[in-house]
Write a protein that binds this ligand. Sequence first.
Ligand code: NAD
Ligand code: MG
Length: 391
Amino acid sequence: MKLISILGSTGSIGTQTLDIVREHPDKFQIVGLAAGSNINLLAEQIREFQPQIVAIENEAKLSPLKDAIANVEKQPILLAGKDAICEVASYGDAQSVVTGIVGCAGLLPTIAAIKARKDIALANKETLIAAAPVVLPLIKEYGVKLLPADSEHSAIFQCLQGIPEKALRKIILTASGGSFRDLPVEKLATVTVKDALKHPNWSMGQKITIDSATLMNKGLEVIEAHYLFGVDYENIEIVIHPQSIIHSLIELQDTSVLAQLGWADMRLPLLYALSYPDRIATNWETLDLVKVGNLTFREPDHQKYPCMQLAYAAGKAGGCLPAVLNAANEQAVALFLQEKITFLDIPRLIESVCDRFHGKNTTKPNLEDILDADQWARKEVEELQDKFQID
Ligand code: NAD
Ligand code: MG
């Protein structure tokens, strides 16, 4: 029996992790749940999974949450606020913490979990991208595992099993191409939030769906792959693969290429991050290559999607620049979702913020440097946003 806690339990990653727990009650048990503000779903989850501890980030929702679970027999410890999320992350006997919070808000809870010697099933990529110079040494110091739950990184991790350390030459990340992959570049100027939220292959939270449409998600994944697998940026490639069947590939020194395949279903990478190194039998639909028919590939269009290059540049610069890129992106995406800026303003805003950071970077940032850089970038977006604001 593996004891797990879930941060962001009401989101896409959180609910899919709970689907796994529901299917395998003999293998997984929930210790703690944390979420932002969806108390109705959280109350349902408390009834079903009987966690020992629960936190809601939005403090105003604590009292209605208490009311909603008043008749639950086994009452969990109920907490609210930012620190409460860290409390859940570090609580009790949980062996593994699934990080399904969106954005850099996941950073401090992830650090709390590591310090409490929990393995991390990493969905919340923004945390690693912003703070790898702090998070990676902590993983080592506390002797815990950092297991990728992002589908591409899980694919790479699966391919790497049994591969000698120096044999890896290159990583090839596949990308679906997002909502606008078949739209001519001229049409991008006028796309709406509703259009951008229609992902062709995956059903995910809003922020990552917009990141997929700008291809910033793939750019962030390049940085994530660099930090997880120690491969130079020159050896991390992106290829557009519209079917999302090959979840990523590795090339070895002898030119052999290995891939991991499956339907576009996040449960598999989540399950592997929780069962590693074991493989748990499931009754999920198996891949049918004949039904798939064609696997196609094309080069990513860097003119159409400047976010990829912005991410490569920030990754290569290192230090706090990935944190700045990430924070600027989070803010720009939020403004786009509020219909305050256009789709094409997203990369423009991020580029301006990253440019303004030049000269301020440090090579070996500590946590404070990273949090400062994150806050700085968010303020810059606020200041710049008027220039971009839609009338
Ligand atoms: P989502 O928006 O569906 O869910 C986010 C969850 O985090 C919700 O439970 C929300 O209540 C909670 N949350 C948000 N802000 C919070 C805060 N400040 N404190 C506490 N809880 C907070 O997002 P998602 O699609 O599940 O994505 C979560 C993370 O996983 C992201 O980092 C994303 O990049 C990554 N990821 C998601 C998928 C996917 O298929 N959804 C795939 C790969 C990676
Ligand atoms: Mg991914």
